[in-house]
Design a protein around this ligand. Structure first.
Ligand code: SF4
Length: 369
């Protein structure tokens, strides 16, 4: 009897279309902007779970069972001159977030010890300021990077804001910096609603200097800030165009006192769908689930890997808490995933560029800076 089996509202044509797109990506092909937007607009749970299943296959195909773990140290906290609407550390808002100057060597070396103990690949020094110029502060930052590198326990990463000179990026590289975190935050269209004290182009320019210095790029964004699905899709294609190596997906955790404090959280399935869409668009990149994971996904956290995530921010975030790293390591073990990423050098990723062949491609603009 077929009657009950066929009496369903599930649209089988979506299943076939998803399969065709998934097979194409698995075979080394790419999906178009229009196809990606169709994925972002999937609505039924049957379609979204189908999408997740393909994203999982793509992750496994390109990444195996390796999961890249990162942690961060808040290397200079609070009193930031910028007005990013999601951020507890902006001096424009009253959030009660801690404030202190640039970090001494001890907390950084303690973070490296802890990372080493927990199979965490990288420790990133994150500073709450607009950016980094030449001068004594750059010297101090380079000292911390050199110490981390010399310790040999973890990959030294940093997220130090906007860079306006090639020399600054070159100095960071010489000190031993391997990867720099600099999110695009959202689409070019939506960016002015997140920040007006610097621009999307300031961020692209910084990434251009870093790439020219030979530093790997960790760049992603935040979802749940009131942006549309089109904005999320545009962000993913921008990240493809700039050749980001690691793509952090943060999920807004609204901070009391910031302009975004009253935004409603995204539904869990919308978050998982977004991660899966990113995996389709960025099949070889490390897609890292970062801030807002615990509070937004709760019991569904382990589903991020089925949605295509291949990297995880562990330990506490800059101003909010995460679940204990032991719990994350247990989650990976339970899923048969391996956090040991030591010898990985990003060589499994595509070269920078989106592969579209268009002369006006933003990748060319960024790469030629
Ligand atoms: S996100 Fe960074 S640049 Fe923006 S306010 Fe926060 S610390 Fe400053």
């Amino acid at each position: 009897m077929l009657s009950t089996m066929t009496a369903t509202s599930v649209d089988a044509s979506s299943h076939y279309k998803l399969s065709a797109l998934g097979e194409r990506v698995l075979g080394g092909g790419q999906i178009t902007r229009a196809e990606a937007q169709w994925l972002f607009n999937l609505e039924t749970s049957a379609d979204i779970l189908d999408l997740l299943s393909w994203a999982n296959r793509i992750r496994e195909h390109f990444k195996g069972n390796k999961i890249h773990l990162c942690s961060i140290v808040n290397a200079k906290a609070g009193a930031c001159s910028e007005n990013c609407s999601f951020c507890a550390q902006s001096s424009h808002y009253q959030t009660g977030s801690p404030k202190y100057g640039f970090v001494d060597p001890e907390p950084v070396s303690e973070a490296a010890d802890e990372a080493n103990l927990n199979n965490v690949t990288a420790v990133g020094l994150v500073a709450a300021w607009k950016g980094l110029n030449e001068g004594p502060m750059l010297d101090e930052v380079c000292d911390r990077i050199r110490e981390l590198k010399a310790g040999g326990k973890t990959r030294p990463d940093a997220s130090l804001g906007i860079i306006k000179k090639q020399e600054v990026a070159n100095r960071l590289k010489e000190a031993g910096l391997e990867c720099y975190g600099h999110n695009l935050e959202s689409s070019r269209r939506f960016f002015p609603q997140t920040c007006t004290t610097h621009t999307f182009d300031d961020r692209l320019e910084t990434i251009g200097y870093l790439k020219k210095a030979g530093i790997k790029i960790c760049s992603g964004g935040i979802i749940g800030m009131g942006e549309t699905r089109e904005d999320r899709c545009d962000l993913a294609f921008e990240l493809k165009a700039i050749g980001a190596n690691v793509v952090p997906v943060n999920i807004l955790n609204p901070i009391p006192g910031t302009p975004f404090e009253k935004l409603a959280p995204l539904p869990v399935m919308e978050i998982l769908k977004t991660i899966a869409c990113f995996r389709f668009i960025l099949p070889r990149q490390e897609i890292m689930i970062a801030g807002g994971r615990t509070v937004n996904l709760r019991d569904a956290q382990s589903m991020i890997f089925m949605a295509g995530a291949s990297a995880l921010m562990v330990g506490n975030y800059l101003t909010t808490l995460n679940q204990p790293v032991e719990k994350d390591l247990q989650m990976l073990k339970d899923l048969g995933l391996d956090p040991n990423w030591d010898s990985h050098d990003f060589s499994d990723q595509e070269e920078a560029g989106c592969g579209c062949g268009e002369k006006s491609c933003e990748a060319d603009a960024v790469n030629s800076m």
